[in-house]
Write a protein that binds this ligand. Structure first.
Ligand SMILES: Cc1cc2nc3c(=O)[nH]c(=O)nc-3n(C[C@H](O)[C@H](O)[C@H](O)COP(=O)(O)OP(=O)(O)OC[C@H]3O[C@@H](n4cnc5c(N)ncnc54)[C@H](O)[C@@H]3O)c2cc1C
Length: 427
C-alpha cells in the first residue's frame, strides 16, 4: 500500500509499535516499550485517561485483582508501584481455602513460603491510574483516547528474505492512519483487533457467572484471603484495608447463572446476609454490602498469539476463570515477555515485528497460560462434582497437601507467580 499525500487523508503517523487497548496490560506494555526508548502509540476507546485523583473513593471500587509479587516487581520496574502503594493496596500474608461440603482445607502463609507477602489486593482503577501516569507524559508515547480501530491494513510487500515489508497500518474510526512494524491487540476478551486479524479463539463457557461486590464484616480480615467451595461454587472474601480499617472485603462468588440471577435480585441487606450465611460467618456478620455486579465466565484461548507484525496480549489472548486470581497476572507477564523480546531485537537493529521475534514471545507464554487455563478447568470439575469418590479425593487431597510442606511450597510458588523463566523486569 502506498500512502497518499495528495488527497485530503490525514498524514500517516509513524511509530515503532502501536498498542490498542489501554487497560492494565496494554498500558503496562506501552510503558515498558517507551521506557526502553521505542516510539509508541496507545489507542484506547475510553474518552479520557483515569487519573490517580479519581482512582479511589471512600469505599473500594468493585473490581479488584489479587496481584502476585512477580506482578508487583513488574509494576515497580515501570515505576507504577510507589503511587499504587501510596493510594491503596492491601497486602495479604495468608490464604485459606476450604471445601464447605466436606472436611478438606488448606492454608498457606507468607512465612511458610519464605516471602514477605503472598500478594496484594488492589482496585483495578488504582493499578490503571498509576500505569497511566507512567505513559501520559512520556515523550515516547502518543495517546489516542476515544479512538478505536476501524481497519487493519496489512502490507503485502515482501523483503528479499521473504519477510513482509516494513509494517502494517491501523486506520482509526476518525480516519487517522497509524503505521508501525508492530501492532499489539490488548483490547480485552472481546478484542475487535484480534477479529480484524482473523485469529480464531477456542471458547469454553464455564457455565458460571461471577457476582462481585464489596462488604463490611464484623470481624477484621487480618490480611488473609479466604475462599470457600460451596457446592462447586467458589466464594472468595478478599481483604481490603481502607485507612487502617480491616473490616472490608471484596467478594467474588462464581456461581450458576440461575443463582447469580437470584443474588442480583436481592436488596443490598439481603445480599449481605446471604453472603455471610454462605461463608459460615467466618468473618462474623456482614454489616454493609454494596451493589452486585456480574460477569459471565468464559475461558478463551486464541489459537495463535502472533502473526507477522502483530501480537495479542492479556485477555485478548486468553481469559481465565477468576478462582485463582490469575488473569491480569498472566497478562502482565505477556506484556513483560513481549517487551523483552521486542526491545532486544530493536536494540540490536533487528526487525522487531518479524515472526521469528514474535514467535519467541508466543513460545515463552503459551505453555504457562495453557497450563493455568487447564488447571482452572480441572478445579471446576473436581469441586463441582457430587461424585462421592471425587468428594473424598478432594477432601483427602486438600488436607493431605496441607501437611506436606514441600508440596505446599511448590503450590505457593505457582500462586505467587514464580513460574518458568521470568522476564528480567520481574526478577
Ligand atoms: C470477577 C473477576 C475477578 C477477577 N479477579 C482477578 C484477580 O484477582 N487477579 C487477576 O490477576 N485477574 C483477575 N481477573 C481478570 C482480570 O480482570 C483481567 O484478566 C484483566 O482485566 C485483563 O486486562 P486487559 O488489560 O488484558 O484487558 P481489559 O481490562 O479488558 O482492557 C482492555 C482495554 O481495551 C479497551 N478497548 C476495548 N475495545 C477497544 C477498541 N475496539 N479500541 C480501543 N480500545 C478498546 C478497553 O476500553 C480497555 O481499556 C478477574 C476477572 C473477573 C471477571
Amino acid at each position: 500500500m502506498q500512502t497518499d499525500s495528495s488527497t485530503a487523508k490525514p498524514p500517516v503517523e509513524r511509530f515503532e509499535a502501536i498498542v490498542v487497548g489501554g487497560g492494565m496490560v496494554g498500558t503496562a506494555l506501552c510503558a515498558l516499550l517507551a521506557q526502553a526508548g521505542m516510539k509508541v502509540a496507545l489507542v484506547e476507546a475510553r474518552p479520557a485517561p483515569l487519573g490517580l485523583d479519581k482512582a479511589t473513593g471512600p469505599l473500594p471500587a468493585p473490581r479488584v485483582s489479587a496481584l502476585t509479587p512477580v506482578s508487583q516487581r513488574l509494576l515497580a520496574h515501570v515505576g507504577a508501584w510507589p503511587a499504587m502503594q501510596a493510594t491503596r493496596v492491601t497486602p495479604y500474608r495468608s490464604m485459606q481455602v476450604w471445601d464447605a461440603e466436606g472436611s478438606g482445607a488448606i492454608a498457606f502463609s507468607a512465612d511458610e513460603a519464605g516471602v514477605a507477602v503472598l500478594g496484594h489486593i488492589v482496585e483495578n482503577t488504582v493499578t490503571l491510574a498509576a500505569l497511566n501516569r507512567q505513559v501520559l507524559d512520556h515523550p515516547n508515547v502518543t495517546t489516542f483516547f476515544g479512538a478505536s480501530p476501524q481497519a487493519l491494513q496489512r502490507d503485502n510487500g515482501r523483503t528479499a528474505n521473504g519477510n513482509r515489508a516494513s509494517g502494517d497500518w491501523l486506520i482509526l474510526d476518525d480516519g487517522r492512519q497509524l503505521h508501525a512494524p508492530l501492532i499489539v491487540a490488548a483490547d480485552g476478551a472481546h478484542s475487535v483487533l484480534r477479529e480484524m486479524a482473523g485469529i480464531e479463539v477456542a471458547s469454553d463457557d464455564m457455565q458460571q457467572h461471577a457476582v462481585v461486590t464489596t462488604v463490611q464484616c464484623t470481624k477484621p480480615h487480618g490480611g488473609t484471603a479466604r475462599q470457600a467451595f460451596i457446592d462447586g461454587r467458589p466464594l472468595a472474601f478478599l481483604p481490603l484495608t481502607v485507612e487502617g480499617n480491616e473490616h472490608y472485603c471484596s467478594i467474588v462468588w462464581s456461581t450458576t447463572p440461575e443463582h447469580a440471577d437470584e443474588l442480583s435480585a436481592l436488596s443490598r441487606d439481603a445480599l449481605g446476609e446471604a453472603l455471610g450465611d454462605a461463608f459460615g460467618h467466618r468473618l462474623g456478620g456482614v454489616t454493609a454490602c454494596d451493589k452486585a455486579h456480574r460477569f459471565p465466565l468464559v475461558q478463551r484461548h486464541a489459537r495463535h498469539y502472533v502473526q507477522p507484525h502483530f501480537a495479542l496480549v492479556g485477555d485478548a489472548a486468553h481469559s481465565i476463570h477468576p478462582l485463582a486470581g490469575q488473569g491480569v497476572n498472566l497478562g502482565l507477564m505477556d506484556a513483560a515477555v513481549l517487551a523483552e523480546e521486542v526491545v532486544h531485537a530493536w536494540q540490536r537493529g533487528a526487525p522487531w515485528g518479524e515472526l521469528s521475534t514474535l514467535r519467541r514471545y508466543e513460545r515463552r507464554r503459551r505453555f504457562d497460560n495453557s497450563a493455568m487455563l487447564g488447571l482452572m478447568k480441572g478445579f471446576k470439575v473436581l469441586f463441582g462434582s457430587h461424585d462421592p469418590a471425587l468428594t473424598m479425593m478432594r477432601n483427602l487431597g486438600m488436607s493431605g497437601m496441607n501437611q506436606l510442606v514441600p508440596l505446599k511450597r511448590v503450590l505457593m510458588r505457582q500462586a505467587t507467580g514464580e513460574r518458568g523463566r521470568l522476564p528480567l523486569t520481574c526478577r
